[in-house]
Write a protein that binds this ligand. Structure first.
Ligand SMILES: Nc1ncnc2c1ncn2[C@@H]1O[C@H](COP(=O)(O)OP(=O)(O)OP(=O)(O)O)[C@@H](O)[C@H]1O
Ligand SMILES: [Mg+2]
Ligand SMILES: [Zn+2]
Length: 530
């Protein structure tokens, strides 16, 4: 359904006409209103902030406030020729320049430098609005700089940009800077409801909430999506229709997925994923939506947000008994999942197998879950498996950590080479919360004893938490112990090596290989921060 002839898009139709109508920018709007009222308007402003939050709109309102025939006044009349022309962008004294399409110095010269000294045609002030100012060329900035240094008294510059960091400091420092903020989802939803009402659009509140969230703080985007949704949804704008329009998962799918994940139910998860893949959803999109839902639940859990996102019991229809009440899910577990989802998103940018990334992220979360200890021992089991030791999960206590040892050796070696050699010949074993270094040679042990505090300090630094360190000599019988033996026979190098994990290519089992490729890095991180 095409919009009727002469249709004005909502974003233009509902452009605020005065400061009072501007949403979500109380600081910027308040400051400018005061400046006009107290006749202390600066010669140059720099409006910074994300797209679609009111920079150009406020620039025009300021222009009206300054040039209104009834003014200058903080609340321009909106009726006089100046106000009307400024609103229509046709005022001779308010020049708008889109720097994105006029980047060159010639443009600046033509539009600004050559006219800036001339008196205004009719109004009090000559006002230059330079949109997307960061796009100006270096030469254009230089030309502008001269004018900014000595602006004629009747001139006001308003530079607007989404990329403040690209404005040269010489320019920025000559402007008064106003920060525009992203509009909150609540304000966006309220505005959408308002506009829907005025337009006679029937819309479900949840549909508007979905649009608000998808707009990421931009009111222009929100109104644009409402425009689209109105034609997409025919009679009534419904949440499911909007989701479909945006290419989102259906609510039910999202909820079964979240339910399976948070309920740590692998079987339900497999079913939910299968459906999602059949539906043709894109893994990145799935992760983003899931993340946004889990983030909401997390924020509500820790009391940082109120709301009703926590579904009472998003049970998977396939396995209704399995998902626990979400009330039981701990914030720790939610944070753990959020980190995994973030990592998966980052990984998607490089990987060539998005489905695998999604599968691993979700199944990994379900399997590893809350039980970080258990998770660590699983990773250790993988590590052992990869280094040829097949010790099984039973050896969690006292398991050897060659990779940690290599790091410790490297750290100590920075200033004590011989001590590092001694440590290199030892084994490091996790011992509850602390660690044990077990030496085969008493000479090495002596040397370590003399430096025990220094070693413990390095180890704590590596692990990011204070740990206790015990030093001991290996009992003669154990010196040829099973672990050492296994090491010698293993195909990977037996000496502790900074790359104690073999490169993925050296691993035969393809599943393991992929697992290594995918979470090689996070394996280390998890251990460090445990
Ligand atoms: N703070 C706001 N209050 C009310 N409406 C707004 C606000 N911000 C944006 N809008 C709506 O969005 C439209 C576009 O806003 P505007 O052109 O001012 O954004 P902008 O910040 O200049 O964006 P860009 O950086 O993309 O140029 C306006 O016509 C208006 O309908
Ligand atoms: Mg703009
Ligand atoms: Zn006026």
């Amino acid at each position: 359904m095409n919009p009727p002839e002469g249709y004005l898009v909502l974003a233009r139709k509902y452009r605020p006409a005065d400061f009072g109508e501007v949403l979500g920018q109380p600081q910027a709007a308040g400051l400018l209103q005061n400046a006009v009222a107290q006749k202390r308007v600066a010669h140059a402003y720099l409006f910074t902030g994300p797209r679609g939050v009111g920079k150009t709109t406020v620039a025009r309102i300021l222009a009206k406030a300054l040039n209104c025939t009834q003014g200058p006044r903080p609340d321009p009349c909106g009726q006089c020729p100046s106000c009307v022309e400024i609103a229509a962008s046709s005022s001779l004294d308010v020049l708008e320049m889109d720097a994105a399409s006029h980047t060159g110095v010639d443009n600046i010269r033509e539009v600004i430098i050559d006219t800036v000294r001339l008196l205004p045609n009719r109004d009090r002030r000559k006002i230059f609005i330079i949109d997307e100012a960061h796009m100006l060329s270096q030469a254009a900035f230089n030309a502008l700089l001269k004018t900014l240094e000595e602006p004629p008294p009747h001139v006001v510059f308003i530079l607007a940009t989404t990329e403040a960091s690209k404005i040269p400091p010489t320019i920025g420092s000559r402007c008064q800077r106003l920060r525009f903020k992203p509009i909150s989802p609540e304000d966006l939803a309220r505005c959408l409801a308002d506009v829907s009402k005025k337009e006679g659009i029937k819309a479900e509140p949840e549909a508007l909430a979905v649009i608000a969230r998808a707009s990421e703080g931009s009111l222009r985007d929100a109104l644009g999506l409402l425009d689209q949704a109105r034609s997409f949804c025919e009679d009534e704008v419904l949440a499911d229709g909007v989701r479909e329009m945006l290419g989102y998962l259906g609510r039910e799918m999202l909820e079964s997925l979240a339910g399976a994940l948070l309920g740590r139910d692998s079987r339900a998860l497999a079913l939910a994923l299968q459906k999602i893949y059949e539906d043709g959803a894109e893994p990145a999109q799935v992760i983003r939506e899931l993340r946004s839902l889990v983030e909401d639940i997390y924020l509500q859990k820790i009391g940082a947000k109120t709301g009703d996102t926590i579904p009472n019991s998003p049970r998977s229809p396939a396995n209704p008994g399995a998902a626990p009440e979400l009330g039981m899910v701990s914030p720790n577990f939610l944070a753990f999942i959020l980190r995994r989802l973030n990592a998966a998103l980052a990984e998607l940018r490089f990987g060539d197998s998005p489905r695998l990334v999604l599968d691993l992220a979700l199944f990994g979360a379900v399997e590893g879950g809350l039980d970080v200890e258990n998770w660590i021992s699983r990773l250790e089991a993988i590590e052992n498996h990869l280094s040829g030791k097949n010790l099984g999960p039973g050896l969690r206590e006292d398991s050897s950590e060659p990779e940690l040892l290599a790091k410790l050796v490297a750290s100590v070696g920075q200033d004590k080479a011989s001590l590092a050699h001694a440590i290199e010949r030892a084994d490091i074993l996790k011992n509850g919360e602390g660690y044990r270094l077990v030496f085969s040679r008493s000479f090495d042990l002596e040397q370590a004893r003399r430096n025990q505090d220094a070693i413990a300090e390095r180890l704590s630094a590596l692990l990011g938490r204070p740990v206790s360190l015990a030093l001991e000599e290996r009992p003669a019988a154990r010196s040829q112990g099973a672990a050492k033996e296994a090491k010698k026979e293993s195909p990977s190098p037996s000496a502790p090596d900074p790359k104690a994990l073999p490169p993925a290519d050296d691993v035969a089992d393809p599943a393991m290989k992929e697992a290594m490729r995918v979470f090689g890095g996070s394996l280390k991180v998890t251990k460090k921060s445990s």
